[in-house]
Design a protein around this ligand. Structure first.
Ligand SMILES: CC(C)(COP(=O)(O)OP(=O)(O)OC[C@H]1O[C@@H](n2cnc3c(N)ncnc32)[C@H](O)[C@@H]1OP(=O)(O)O)[C@@H](O)C(=O)NCCC(=O)NCCS
Length: 180
């Protein structure tokens, strides 16, 4: 397997595979995935977009991650901004890279692929901070949570509800750059 940086066009060219990996990793139904497909294509055009992919030797997509510069007018940014104090907004959102998606196909999970993708993505990112959201879960029983804690992400918001989603989310963050 190899980890490669992706340009926006690489992601849009492989959108079917990206949506398939996303669906498998999150266990989402087809209708929901169709809506996500449109968003992902739009995300690839945002300023500060960075993406990585993990491919098998014959080019099959095993996992991917991407993010971009968080900015006013973006739905996620505006929701998070609205829930933060003025001081937290300043420190977290002034120069922030949002990790938007990070997924690995279930059969490949648990072998360090997600960690390598996250490290590479954050090394490529511009910004003084990085933020992400993840569903609330038992931290020790969730692979995603263990991964983010290993990368020293701290709590920014807990039990946060995004409009239109019944689940509770945590917003986690850390300073950039990662130590070398
Ligand atoms: C969350 C997710 C991206 C993590 O990717 P992953 O490849 O499974 O995670 P990793 O393999 O890097 O880390 C898992 C384990 O591998 C171990 N590991 C790390 N580096 C390793 C390496 N070089 N070699 C072998 N194992 C390694 C870690 O210790 C870790 O152990 P743990 O899970 O018991 O803590 C992935 O599991 C996933 O797609 N999950 C479903 C979707 C999801 O939750 N996405 C995030 C939503 S916000």
């Amino acid at each position: 397997m190899r980890l490669v940086p992706w340009m926006p066009d690489d992601l849009t060219r492989r959108l079917d595979d990206v949506v398939a990996v996303y669906g498998e990793a999150m266990g989402y139904r087809a209708e929901l995935l169709e809506a996500r497909r449109g968003y992902i294509a739009t995300h690839a055009r945002r300023p500060g977009f960075r993406a990585v992919a993990t491919l098998t030797r014959d080019g099959h997509l095993v996992g991917f991650g991407y993010g971009y510069t968080s900015a006013s007018g973006q739905w996620w940014h505006d929701q998070v901004r609205g829930a933060l104090t003025e001081e937290a907004r300043k420190s977290w959102l002034t120069d922030c890279f949002e990790v938007v998606e990070l997924h690995v196909r279930p059969p490949a999970q648990g072998h360090g692929v997600g960690a390598r993708q996250l490290r590479a993505l954050l090394r490529m990112a511009t910004g003084a901070t990085t933020l992400l959201s993840t569903p609330e879960a038992d931290e020790s029983a969730s692979r995603a949570w263990r991964l983010y804690r290993r990368f020293e992400f701290v709590d920014v918001l807990r039990d946060f509800r995004f409009p239109g989603d019944e689940r509770a989310f945590a917003v986690l963050g850390r300073q950039l750059p990662l130590p070398s």
